[in-house]
Structures are given as C-alpha cells and as structure tokens.
Design a protein around this ligand. Structure first.
Ligand SMILES: [Zn+2]
Ligand SMILES: [Zn+2]
Length: 107
C-alpha cells in the first residue's frame, strides 16, 4: 500500500520548477502541480502514517491479567490497553487489529 503511494508521488512529481510570482508548476501528467493524483496520494500517505503510529503505540509486551484459567501471567498483552501488569488485554488488541487490517498488514 505504501509502495503504491510512493509510486504515485514519483509519477506525479513536479516536472518543471516554478519561477516568478505567477509561474505555474506542471506535473509529469501534464496538469498543474500539485495535481489531483498528487494531492490524493499525499493525503493517503498522511493517513497511512497515522495508522502506523496507532499500530506501533499498541505494542506487544508481557504482563498479567485474567484468562480462562483465572488471574496470572500473560505472555502477550497490549502495552496501552488495560493495565499490562494487572489487567492485561490480550495482544493484538482490537485497536491493533483494526489498524493492521486497514494497513493490510499482520497485527
Ligand atoms: Zn499529476
Ligand atoms: Zn491496545
């Protein structure tokens, strides 16, 4: 997904630098720069970065919490959901799963 965005940004990069107060920059596709494709790719890139940051924030750690066998140590809990050392939430948590699904990555 990020590769597709990078490709679009390269293909729709500014072809000619603008000079002067009324100069218009032209995109490689022939439209005024930034063209719609460049703007859309930049927006997508910003959203992908936000999802990646959310995913990274919900990192995996070990802790303790309630499982089917009662309270005890848990191998895989979310660092920020619940309280890792007392009420650990199993990792990948829902937030991590949703962010990973949107990024088309494994949680
Ligand atoms: Zn373009
Ligand atoms: Zn989480």
């Amino acid at each position: 997904m990020t590769t597709d965005i990078a490709d679009i940004l390269v293909r729709h990069d500014r072809a000619e630098p603008a000079f002067g107060p009324n100069a218009v920059s032209i995109c490689g596709c022939g439209n005024d720069w930034p063209c719609d494709a460049y703007r859309a790719a930049t927006e997508a890139q910003r959203l992908v970065a936000a999802l990646a940051a959310i995913s990274a924030y919900h990192a995996q750690t070990s802790g303790s919490g309630y499982t089917a066998h009662g309270w005890g140590g848990m191998e895989s809990v979310c660092e920020v959901c619940g309280t890792a050392d007392e009420y650990g939430q199993e990792w990948p948590c829902h937030t991590r799963q949703l962010a990973a699904a949107a990024l088309k990555e494994k949680p």
